[in-house]
Design a protein around this ligand. Structure first.
Ligand code: ADP
Length: 481
């Protein structure tokens, strides 16, 4: 049995601001403990949830120094669904109302966290064979491993993996402050290992120092090697060669299951989807004030209201689409006000045909996944994407732009040989989106049998974490052989 330690800034069930927490919560459970025992180390934020539902065991305490600073840390452990979580307690660093704040504070906070990962292992007398670090907040772990802790016998032979969940966030800050806050030796900075275009850049350091680097789809990995997708670091990713790969995230298939989901109007499975989805559609239409029509194509979108998600394409072509078709649109999202305003304009102008819901609602999101025929994701970029996986599991055909994880998971439908899983378009262009919607309508309205076969096929796909875990296992095996 080999030890793998996840160094990560958030994990379900304790703290979640995005998909990273789902990965950190779900992936360790999908491993066979006889081969790899994965433990997870996160900060014990004051804003952590469910802490009182678990028995926290105090493992020890230590004063940790970071350059000229020194702060107390307490190490706690608890077990969730068979996975050990270590929670690192520092009132000084982790007591804010949210895990993340201003970048200048976060640089110091997560430099400290990364250092504590090693000090906590010492308290626990725990030797990790691999430290698997996630996103910029844990980016200094591979750097510390090869510098400050390289001669520590507890970490002899320890390898590191760094996984990027979103390249937009790199931990960039004024280089002199990064020098001061990380406490790293001057040689690291003399080589420019933590510097990019004159700025300090923690993520760059992780990419250079980690033994393996991964991201959450192979297509996103390939995009990161290009100037368009590399966010200024494309040369570093190209330099990494075969040590940089992509592994698609899984889906919690128990949580997202239309045959058991308590939030949808009627449960259904691959055998009963026709009646089940019809009832979900009619009740959703009624609930949202849309015209009740079981035969109309209902197109849904559940998303952060962010430029990344392609809303400018939708608002650009929506009126042309609505005035030339019978289909209906339902939006659920929260985020940027100007996007919300444009979607509300559409629902005001086309009552009964467009429903805009500006809020965060797990309940409504499930009803949309179950009741719609098509799920829209025309993203500018998408590292992996979860929503298209959920929609396929609910028999709602995704219509996506061919980018990142969307390109990898939604093979385009081919009406001649009946291959593919959904509808897609290549260029970030509103009329390509419109044409693709029209093509989807043609299959939906005129080739009903083909449509139903597509629904059946998508519902049967296996997106479980076990598939991803197998790929990570191969990566771990390769590092330790
Ligand atoms: P990202 O992580 O970039 O936001 P993903 O597709 O990977 O995009 O994951 C988004 C997840 O958040 C999906 O499960 C989606 O259903 C959910 N979600 C997004 N916005 C909302 C909302 N307003 N209400 C409910 N769920 C939402």
């Amino acid at each position: 049995m080999k030890n793998v330690l996840f160094a990560v800034s958030e994990a379900v069930p304790f703290i979640k601001t995005g998909g990273l927490a789902d990965v950190a919560g779900a992936l360790p459970k999908a491993f066979d403990k006889k081969e790899y025992d994965i433990k997870v180390m996160i900060p014990k934020y004051a804003c952590c949830e469910h802490l009182n539902e678990y028995e926290l065991v105090f493992e020890g305490e230590v004063d940790v120094s970071l350059a000229w600073r020194k702060q107390y840390v307490g190490v706690f452990s608890t077990v969730v669904d068979g996975v050990t979580f270590y929670l690192l307690d520092s009132e000084y660093y982790f007591s804010g109302p949210k895990p993340y704040g201003q970048i200048y504070e976060d640089i110091e906070k997560f430099s400290f966290y990364s250092k504590v990962v090693f000090e906590a292992c010492k308290i626990l007398n725990y030797h990790p064979d691999i430290i698997h670090c996630h996103d910029w907040q844990a980016a200094l772990v591979p750097v510390y491993l090869k510098t400050l802790y390289k001669d520590d016998p507890l970490f002899a032979g320890t390898k590191s993996i760094f996984t990027i969940h979103n390249l937009l966030f790199q931990g960039r800050w004024i280089i002199d402050e990064v020098k001061d806050k990380t406490g790293l030796p001057e040689s690291v900075f003399a080589n420019g290992d933590l510097e990019c275009y004159g700025e300090g850049n923690l993520l760059k350091g992780a990419v250079l120092y980690a033994d393996k680097v991964t991201t959450v789809s192979q297509v996103y990995a390939d995009e990161m090697k290009t100037p368009e997708g590399g966010e200024g670091l494309d040369n570093i990713f190209r330099f990494k060669g075969d040590n940089f790969t992509g592994i698609v995230n899984g889906l919690d298939t128990d949580e997202f299951d239309p045959s058991k989901d308590k939030m949808i109007f009627k449960n259904y499975d691959v055998k009963t989807f026709k009646t089940g989805k019809r009832e979900n559609k009619l009740k959703l239409q009624k609930m949202l004030g849309l015209n009740e029509d079981k035969d109309v194509m209902l197109i849904g979108m559940v998303s952060r209201l962010s430029v990344q998600k392609g809303f400018d394409l939708i608002t650009y072509m929506a009126e042309e689409f609505l005035t030339t078709s019978h289909s209906q649109l339902v939006f659920l999202g929260s985020g940027e006000d100007n996007i919300a305003d444009k979607l509300c304009y559409l629902s005001n102008k086309y009552p009964g045909r467009v429903s805009t819901n500006v809020c965060y609602s797990e309940d409504l999101s499930r009803k949309i996944y179950a009741g719609c025929d098509v799920f829209l994701m025309p993203s500018q970029f998408e590292p992996c994407g979860l929503s298209q996986l959920i929609s396929m599991r609910y028999g709602t055909i995704p219509l996506v732009r061919e980018t990142g994880g969307l390109k990898e998971t939604v093979e385009p439908y081919n009406e001649y040989d009946k291959t593919g899983r959904g509808f897609s378009f290549a260029n970030y262009n509103a009329h390509e989106l419109l044409e693709t919607l029209r093509y989807a309508q043609k299959i939906f309205y005129d080739q009903k049998k083909d449509w139903d076969a597509l629904v059946r096929k998508d519902m049967k796909l296996d997106f479980s974490w076990e598939v991803s875990a197998e790929k990570y296992k191969e990566l771990y095996d390769g590092l330790l052989e």
